[in-house]
Design a protein around this ligand. Structure first.
Ligand code: HH2
Length: 254
């Protein structure tokens, strides 16, 4: 799943694909690199991100979805029912939902749904994430939401531990270490580690550098965590660097 953020403020690529033309060009590039799905998003969910109103989010994403949907499977990364509905009308067939609450919309529209775990909201989620047992709590939450969606008639339900969403680096690492706990549920698992903060922090620790490794230097960490995720049974990774992830996936599959 290739990430296409049509936003001015996403943490790693904000502003690069903010207009229709550059976003569609980037989408086509990811298709050429081997993406199975292009995930179009018009609102950043990075910690502390500014909320976007519905009209603005629709303006950002709809043309992009429409332009790409004939050539690749498109998912819509949104927490707004109206944006999900309009994107599906424009050709999207998967709702990528970091709020894990839009299953009624997916059921109504007859499309797939990604349930991602988040503790809190993007505005506050990184202030003091707290769990008793992060792996069990995330697994239980996702199992409950997935079962609700299936009962409502959604036939394609993905589960995603929500790396970086209300989680410390230690929480992220525990979830990755025990990814098999999610895989054993039998539902397809999606993992999004690409370029995330914990990778920068981890590499700081190993290099003894003063600052976390910046976003543009997290490719190797992103690929390593994708390989790890596939090896433990994840079925899809959500990435910015599609070519590297596709190559890694082919090697793991072989
Ligand atoms: N991570 C981000 C956004 N959407 N969706 C799923 N299913 N899983 C994730 O891990 C996930 C996600 C955050 O990354 P990004 O889109 O690159 O940044 P931003 O939220 O700043 O646009």
């Amino acid at each position: 799943m290739g990430v296409l953020n049509v936003t001015p403020d996403s943490f790693s690529d904000g502003g690069r694909y903010a207009d229709l033309e550059s976003a569609v060009a980037r989408g086509r590039e990811m298709i050429a690199e081997g993406a199975d799905i292009v995930d179009v998003g018009g609102e950043s969910s990075r910690p502390g991100a500014r909320l976007v109103d519905e009209a603005e989010e629709l303006r950002r994403v709809l043309g992009v979805v429409e332009a790409l949907a004939g050539d690749v499977r498109v998912s819509i990364d949104t927490v707004k029912p109206a944006v999900a509905r309009a994107a599906v009308a424009a050709g999207a067939t998967l709702v990528n939902d970091v709020s894990a609450s839009l299953w009624p919309v997916a059921a109504e529209l007859g499309v797939g749904w990604v349930a991602m775990h988040m503790q809190g909201t993007p505005a506050t989620m990184q202030q003091a994430p707290t769990y008793g047992d992060v792996v069990e709590e995330v697994a239980a939450f996702l199992a409950e939401r997935a079962a609700q969606a299936e009962a409502a008639g959604v036939s394609e339900v993905w589960i995603d531990p929500g790396i970086g969403f209300g989680k410390t680096s230690a929480h992220n690492l525990s979830l990755l270490r025990h990814l098999d706990r999610l895989v054993e549920s039998g539902r397809p698992v999606l993992v999004g580690t690409s370029r995330k903060w914990f990778l920068g922090e981890l590499l700081t620790a190993s290099d003894g550098a003063a600052e976390p490794v910046p976003v543009e230097d997290r490719l190797e960490g992103s690929v390593a965590s994708a390989v790890w995720s596939f090896a433990l049974g994840a079925r899809m990774v959500r990435v910015h660097d599609v070519l590297a992830a596709v190559q890694a996936a082919k090697v793991v599959a072989a």
